[in-house]
Design a protein around this ligand. Structure first.
Ligand code: SF4
Length: 220
């Protein structure tokens, strides 16, 4: 496989062609915060938290590291003052969008932000509109039982026409992948209730040894 050499925070490394800047930084062990990124899904760069600075001073610019591909000789800064300033603004916007989301509160606090300057539409909101649940349902489960509806400020994740969706198989992937744990579901008496529908929980027939074997062969 062809490789591309680039500089991240002054360190030269080579990564496979086609990698994104986020993947390259992860290979180097550099921690870049993300919300809407998932390694099993195509990146969309919705949350903008993974922003990094590229180019040579003074002609640098900010890009989403989860969608920007590596380029030969590219100079990347993951924690420059310009990057940190941009991330602080993103976190203030996310905090205004979802003031009750513990994950956002924690990420913001790590950067010294405890309050947002931006107005919040709903002080109890938890959803950051990252879209992970919708993309997981569509791309991994393959059923598209939920989607984004309305424009901001009324944008939300829901089923078609806010009705229980016939397409939903009750797998719960949307709830499990959600970074702010906002999708409600109940599991009781062998049943799971999610998106207004009730599903009987059935014991998986795959033996534990088989499961462990398949897990050990999955490339994480
Ligand atoms: S419900 Fe969760 S996963 Fe879906 S968009 Fe909102 S925060 Fe993201």
């Amino acid at each position: 496989m062809e490789e591309v050499g680039l500089l991240i925070n002054g360190i030269y490394l080579k990564v496979p062609q086609g990698y994104t800047l986020l993947q390259a930084a992860q290979q180097l062990g550099v921690d870049i915060p993300t919300l809407c990124y998932h390694p099993e899904l195509p990146s969309e760069g919705n949350c903008r938290l993974c922003v990094v600075e590229i180019g040579e001073y003074p002609r640098t610019r900010l890009v989403n590291s989860c969608t920007y591909p590596v380029e030969p000789g590219l100079n990347v800064q993951t924690h420059s003052e310009k990057v940190l300033q941009a991330r602080r603004i993103v976190l203030e916007l996310l905090l205004a969008r979802a003031p009750k989301a513990k994950l956002i509160q924690d990420l913001a606090a790590e950067m010294g932000i405890h309050e947002s300057r931006f107005k919040s539409e709903d002080p109890y909101e938890l959803c950051v509109l990252c879209g992970l649940c919708v993309r997981t349902c569509r791309e991994i489960v393959g059923v598209s039982a939920i989607s984004m509806a309305n424009r901001t400020p009324g944008k939300l994740v829901t089923t078609p026409f806010l009705e229980p969706s016939d397409a939903c198989i009750g797998c719960g992937s949307c709830a499990f992948v959600c970074p702010t744990e906002v999708i409600p579901y109940i599991e009781k008496d062998g049943k799971r209730i999610i998106w207004g529908r009730e599903f009987e929980l059935v014991r998986c027939n795959v033996k534990l040894e088989q499961k462990l074997k398949s897990i050990s062969t999955v490339k994480l």
